[in-house]
Design a protein around this ligand. Sequence first.
Ligand code: ADP
Length: 380
Amino acid sequence: MGSVNLESVNKRYGDITAVDDIKIDVADGEFLSLVGPSGCGKSTTLEMISGLTTQSDGQIYIDDEDVTALPPKDRNIAMVFQNIALFPHMDVFDNMSYGLRIRGADDDIIDRRVDEAVEILRLDGMLDRMPSELSGGQRQRVAIGRAIVRDPEVFLMDEPLANLDAKLRVHMRTELQRIQRKLDVTAIYVTHDQEEAMTMSDRIAILNDGELQQIDPPLTCYEEPANVFVAGFIGSPSMNFIEGSIDDYRFESPITTIDAVELDEPSAVTLGIRPEDIYPADDPRADRTVGSVRASVDVIEPVGERMFVYLLPDAPGGQSTDGAVALDGDHLLMSVDPDTDIAENEELDVTFDQSSIHLFETATGNALIHGLKREPTPRS
Ligand code: ADP
């Protein structure tokens, strides 16, 4: 079966460490996404699993077999890339069967495998068509078909949907999940798009600068990000960050103070709050909130089912001049229902959902607390 294990895998190009001591265990039949910003090492990691790139250190196991020294053709993997390289002069059948044919497979095996792939991919009636007679989505399905007919243990996909238009991309996400479940194959999927990773995967592995930041189910990464990087990368729009410090069980920053924080060591901390977890103070949900920020509404952006409100907090004693407002960026972004009665230039108080506050150690970025458990107690 197709489990994949990376044991302390490194890839260095001269002085550049593209992948730094990565340990990842992918279970048989699992859909794992590798996600992170451009240049974080996703493709390099995938290429090392495929054997197209040789690691500098570490071991790679597929189905518990050490494949570290094996060439790609002996790894029982199939790859689908962003650029769909179908042979333009071959019809769909020949494109799909090419890999099996050059391996010398019998005609009846080729016919059976192509038939199965056609059924799974819903390409009935298209075997005679040339690539130029197919839509973008159909071409991508033929490319996947070419991988499927080889009956691999592991499917490796590098941004396979990146060249499709937005609507087709969303459709193909669902298709790919359906195909992966139907084939019961292990899938490792590279994307820079956190939303794509969140919607498709059993687990996501988030990389930054060649280092693994967190590997967990999508909701865990969203609700309990391991560090500031993951917190800012997962979720759209991004989490707000407010720099402050802990003193006597209290979070203090120029824009707000929060009591009853379960941390007693005085330290510099970063408070994270997602835009959807900030409410106007008169919101009915405000009874389970903490903190209070006085702010003026700078810009309102309606985006369909939500409305984004860009707030400029009033620091105590007026707007600070030296960056002491402590926001990452100038604004605090709040996401509210579009029928919320808020106007630009209005002054209002907003407050934070107590169960959705994250605290990170500023020095390391590591998460300290997700959600304040205790009832906030007024200071005497
Ligand atoms: P991603 O897929 O996340 O965009 P890559 O895995 O392609 O990132 O690249 C990771 C890092 O390794 C980048 O800094 C990139 O410039 C570097 N890199 C990748 N391939 C090579 C190469 N052949 N030679 C030198 N540096 C490389």
